[in-house]
Design a protein around this ligand. Structure first.
Ligand SMILES: [Zn+2]
Length: 502
């Protein structure tokens, strides 16, 4: 029995074509009724108890979500939660709207959640159904808890009603599995998700999904000269830190990765020798969210069976204080031979990522993406609603922004490059880890990381400002957002960044 086991409850999703008559409503406990800003009069004749619903909607001020709640006079006393949205609303708005409706519908005991999107074009209906399903699957998932009395499940099954044609939900379902996994790992207490359990869990997950698993332990990393990673790991009280590589290889693909995902997996960040104060350290078990997003993305890709060879590289260690912990002014040799003058031990993320990016880029993927809760500076710059993106292909900036808009996980690009390295000039080593002054640290961190990418590998660095957002973000109802899975799938499938490299 593995130490960590992911909840395996799957929520069934069914679809019903044809008009939403009273028979279609019979098995529904809670119904999300999604309407356009100005519902056509004919719409009300096609819905059971339509006149009653229409009257309720008329009484309510515009723009509120939900617009109203009521119960139908049927056997189940179906709770109707209705909301209005423009057919051409941005995806982020659709997802946020869906989250609010689902939240209102799931305040009561678990049941069969119906979704009726009426009065839109087929294309809009399908998009809104996908948004509602994404929100429902995120809400239905329970984050880990260790209470003797566990929280009751919120949604038992999902039924789409009143469809003209079948909706393709495969992507929303795969993305939700990836996002749920990322959030679940992030929410685990740090004594449960220690470095050993994390690697063991990944090994089990790899077996379950037919991925290859390889663990580079500290001994192997010493041989590879991964001094930057090991500088952080040397402060641990045991030897369980590692870099784990997972490989997804569909039958048709070649051995070399087309896509490499890299994640920062600091399972607890005390700040190290330059210790964090209490409030800043409190939630630092979540400093591994980048690695969780990389794994979650790999899971979504694997569930979708994308014909793409993908690697995930996860840098897993704590950042601790102690007699062996690294210090300011240490000089460290990274795996690519560059020497680093350490400045602040709390800038450990860029240390562990430096070597991991070197290893991942040596396999020459066509695209490499890393995810990290890396800097506070990026949150100062854009709040926790967006994440920051950085790339060594600056002509991609408009494409990255567009992808964020298209998928609802929004990003904002920042510049990186050699000119910023002036701020990281060192007297004792090739480069400083960070600047002691600390302005625009997100840009300096990205510029630092670029120095460890080999073979001019096309690379995107995601500084996860939106990893945690109070009250949830887009369709996700929890403060931990798992931001990045949807963005990456959209980068591959919508923006087709892998195909149109230039
Ligand atoms: Zn830190």
């Amino acid at each position: 029995m593995p130490a960590l086991a992911l909840e395996s409850r799957e929520i069934g999703v069914t679809q019903r074509l044809g008009p939403a008559d009273s028979k279609a409503f019979e098995p529904i406990d809670q119904l999300l009724l999604i309407l356009p800003k100005r519902p056509p009069a004919a719409l009300w004749h096609s819905i059971p108890q339509g006149n009653k619903l229409r009257a309720l909607l008329k009484k309510r001020p515009a723009g509120e979500t939900p617009a109203f709640q009521t119960r139908l006079s049927n056997k189940r006393q179906t709770l109707v939660v209705a909301g209005k949205i423009a057919g051409d609303a941005e995806v982020f708005e659709q997802l946020t709207f869906a989250r609010k409706l689902v939240a209102a519908a799931t305040t009561e005991k678990a049941g069969s959640l119906g979704i009726l999107v009426a009065g839109f074009s087929d294309e809009q209906q399908h998009a809104l159904c996908n948004a509602a399903v994404a929100a429902a699957l995120a809400a239905a998932f329970n984050l880990p808890e260790f209470k003797n009395k566990t929280t009751a499940e919120k949604i038992k099954r999902i039924r789409l009603l009143g469809l003209n044609s079948k909706v393709d939900l495969s992507r929303s379902i795969a993305e939700s599995k990836g996002n749920n996994l990322a959030r679940w790992l992030t929410a685990l207490p740090p004594n449960k998700l220690d470095a050993k359990n994390y690697a063991d869990f990944l090994k089990d997950l790899a077996t379950k999904h037919g991925w290859q698993y390889k663990k580079f332990d500290t001994k192997a990393l010493k041989k590879l000269g991964a001094g930057a990673f090991l500088a952080v790991a040397q402060g641990n009280d045991n030897d369980s830190a590692s870099i784990v590589r997972l490989r997804y290889r569909p039958a048709s693909s070649k051995a070399a990765p087309a896509l490499s995902l890299v994640g920062k997996g600091i399972i607890f960040d005390t700040g190290g020798t330059n210790l964090k104060p209490f409030a800043s350290m409190l939630d630092m078990h979540g400093d591994m969210q980048g690695s969780a997003v990389a794994v979650g993305t790999l899971l979504a890709i694997s569930e979708l069976k994308l014909p793409l060879a993908v690697d995930a590289w996860l840098a897993i260690t704590e950042n601790r204080t102690g007699p062996n912990a690294y210090k300011s002014q240490d000089v460290i040799t990274a795996a690519n031979g560059k020497t680093i003058q350490t400045i602040h031990t709390d800038a450990e993320g860029r240390m562990v990522l430096a070597d991991t990016l070197t290893f991942a880029s040596r396999d020459k993927p066509k695209l490499m993406i890393d995810y990290a809760t890396l800097t506070g500076a990026v949150i100062n710059a854009i709040t926790t609603r967006y994440s920051g993106v950085f790339t060594n292909r600056s002509d991609w900036h408009p494409r990255l922004k567009r992808t964020g808009r298209v998928c609802g996980e929004r990003v904002w690009p920042f510049p990186i490059g050699k000119e910023f390295l002036e701020d990281l000039e060192s007297d004792t080593a090739d480069i400083q880890q960070c600047s002691a002054k600390g302005s625009a640290d997100h840009i300096l961190a990205g510029s630092f990381l670029a120095e460890f990418v080999e073979n001019d590998t096309p690379w995107v660095h995601v500084d996860l400002a939106a990893s945690n957002h109070k009250g949830g973000l887009a369709h996700v109802p929890t403060e931990v957002t798992g931001f990045g899975v949807r963005f990456t799938i959209s980068l591959i499938l919508d923006e087709k960044l892998l195909k149109a490299e230039h």
